[in-house]
Design a protein around this ligand. Structure first.
Ligand SMILES: Cc1cc2nc3c(=O)[nH]c(=O)nc-3n(C[C@H](O)[C@H](O)[C@H](O)COP(=O)(O)OP(=O)(O)OC[C@H]3O[C@@H](n4cnc5c(N)ncnc54)[C@H](O)[C@@H]3O)c2cc1C
Length: 386
C-alpha cells in the first residue's frame, strides 16, 4: 500500500505521458513548455526506454526512391509527398532543437542499392525529383556515375553481380540514438518533467473530471493509481495492449553490428528493398563497423510481435545479405545483435487524436520516428491543451 506521503504528493499530475520514447519525452517537453506551471510526468515501463527509440538504426532519413514510389502507389501522390515533407521538416526541427553534436549527427548522405528487381524505379526518378522540388529546391535523387571505368557499386566494394545501380540522396544523415535519447531526457528533466522508470501502465479509466492510470513496478502485484487531468498515450508498438481496437499492430525490427572493418570503403546510410533492409557505417574508437537491420519482409507473420528477441531466420538472412551484397568475399564476425519494437497503424500516417475527455493518443512514426517524433509530439501537445 502507498504511504500517506506517496498518496498525498506523488500520484496526482496535470499531465501524464505513457511511454518514454522519442514521442513520449518530446510530448512531455512540449506540454511543459506551453504550461510551465503544470506538473508533468512520464511513466516508462523499462529501466531504459524499451521500445524502438534506443534500439533503432539511427537513420535521419525521409524515404528512399523505391520506398517513396511504393508509397505513392499505395497512398496516392499528394499524401505520400506530404509525408516526405513532414519527415524532412521533422528532421530539421530535431537538429535545431537539440543540436547536432548532442545527438551525434553525421552528414554523409543517404543511398539506395538497386538490384534487378528494383531497376524499374529509375524510370520514376525524374518525375519524383520534379514533385519533390517545392520542398528541396533541387534534385533529391541522383544515380551515381562510373568513376575511372568503375561502377559506383564496384568502387564502394559492393557485389557488382547483384547491385546494378546506386542512387544518392544528399539530404539524409545519421545519428547516435543513445545520445539523442539522453539529450531529450536531459531537456525534459531540465524543463521540470518528472520521469518515472519501471512504471508499467496496466490499465486506465477516465471520466469527465479525471483520468486514472494503474501502474505496476517490476516484481510487485500492487496496482498504483496515478491520476491526471490529461493523459497522452505514447506506447507505440505496445499501444494495442492498452488500447485494442485501434488497428495498431506491433512489428519487430532486428539489427546486427559487425566487428570493426578497417578497410570499409563507404560512409552513410543505405537502403535496400524499399527500405525493408537498411545499413550504415558505425564509427567506433576501434574502427568503422557495419550496422545492418531489417529483413522483416522475410517473416512478416513471425515478426508481427512485441516480444523483444532475435531470431535465427532474420539474423541468418541479414548475415547472408552482408556476405553476398555488402562485403563480398568476406565473413565478418558479428559483435552484437538486438531487436526493437515498432508500431504500424492502418495507414502509414501518424495518428494523433483525442480518445476521450481526458485521454489523447500520439502514435504513428511508422518506422521513421527520428524524423517524425518531434512533430507528432507538437501535435499531441496541441490537442492535449486545446
Ligand atoms: C530496429 C529498428 C530500427 C529503426 N530504425 C530507424 C531509423 O533508422 N530511423 C528512424 O527514423 N526510425 C527508425 N525506427 C523507428 C523509430 O525508432 C520509431 O519510429 C520511434 O522510436 C518511435 O518512437 P515512440 O516514442 O513512438 O516509440 P518507442 O520508442 O517505442 O517508445 C514507446 C515507449 O513506451 C513504453 N511503454 C509501452 N507500453 C507501456 C506501458 N504500458 N507503460 C509504460 N510504458 C510503456 C515502451 O517501453 C517504450 O519505451 C526503427 C525502429 C526499430 C525497431
Amino acid at each position: 500500500m502507498l504511504s500517506f506521503w506517496e498518496q498525498d504528493a506523488a500520484t496526482f499530475h496535470d499531465a501524464l505521458i505513457v511511454g518514454g520514447g522519442i514521442v513520449g519525452l518530446s510530448t512531455a517537453i512540449q506540454v511543459k513548455r506551453r504550461k510551465p506551471q503544470w506538473r508533468v510526468a512520464v511513466l516508462e515501463r523499462g529501466l531504459l526506454p524499451s521500445g524502438a527509440s534506443t534500439r533503432n538504426a539511427g537513420f535521419a532519413c525521409f524515404g528512399s526512391l523505391t520506398e517513396i514510389l511504393s508509397d505513392i502507389d499505395r497512398m496516392g501522390r499528394d499524401a505520400a509527398l506530404a509525408l516526405v515533407e513532414k519527415r524532412f521538416r521533422g528532421l530539421h526541427k530535431l537538429r535545431e532543437t537539440l543540436g547536432d553534436s548532442a545527438i551525434g549527427y553525421e552528414h554523409h548522405g543517404g543511398f539506395e542499392l538497386l538490384m534487378d528487381a528494383q531497376m524499374e524505379a529509375l524510370q520514376g526518378l525524374p518525375s519524383l525529383n520534379v514533385w519533390l522540388r517545392p520542398t528541396f529546391k533541387t534534385d533529391v535523387f541522383q544515380v551515381m556515375k562510373e568513376r575511372n571505368g568503375q561502377s559506383a557499386a564496384a568502387s564502394l566494394g559492393f557485389n557488382v553481380k547483384k547491385v546494378r545501380a546506386v542512387v544518392r540522396n544528399p539530404f539524409e544523415g545519421q545519428l547516435h540514438s543513445g545520445k539523442l535519447m539522453a539529450a531529450l531526457e536531459t531537456r525534459a528533466r531540465e524543463s521540470g518533467v518528472e520521469i518515472r522508470t519501471g512504471a508499467e501502465v496496466v490499465d486506465f479509466d477516465e471520466n469527465d473530471a479525471v483520468a486514472t492510470l494503474w501502474a505496476k513496478q517490476p516484481g510487485s502485484k500492487e496496482r498504483i493509481p496515478f491520476r491526471a487531468a490529461q493523459v497522452v498515450f505514447c506506447a507505440n508498438g505496445f499501444t494495442h495492449r492498452l488500447l485494442p481496437g485501434l488497428g495498431i499492430v506491433p512489428a519487430r525490427g532486428q539489427i546486427l553490428v559487425t566487428e570493426p572493418l578497417p578497410d570499409l570503403r563507404w560512409k552513410g546510410c543505405y537502403h535496400l528493398d524499399e527500405g525493408f533492409v537498411y545499413f550504415r557505417d558505425l564509427a567506433t574508437p576501434e574502427g568503422p563497423r557495419v550496422l545492418l537491420g531489417g529483413a522483416r519482409n522475410f517473416a512478416f507473420e513471425a515478426e508481427a510481435t512485441d516480444e523483444m528477441a532475435v531470431t535465427q531466420t532474420i539474423q541468418d538472412r541479414l548475415e547472408q545479405i552482408l556476405r553476398e551484397v555488402l562485403l563480398p568475399g568476406k565473413a565478418p564476425r558479428i559483435a552484437r545483435r538486438w531487436s526493437g519494437i515498432m508500431g504500424f497503424g492502418p495507414e502509414k500516417k501518424p495518428i494523433v487524436k483525442r480518445l476521450g475527455p481526458r485521454t489523447v493518443l500520439a502514435f504513428g512514426c511508422n518506422g521513421m520516428g527520428v524524423a517524425l517524433g518531434s512533430l507528432v509530439a507538437e501535435e499531441a501537445a496541441g490537442i492535449t491543451l486545446a
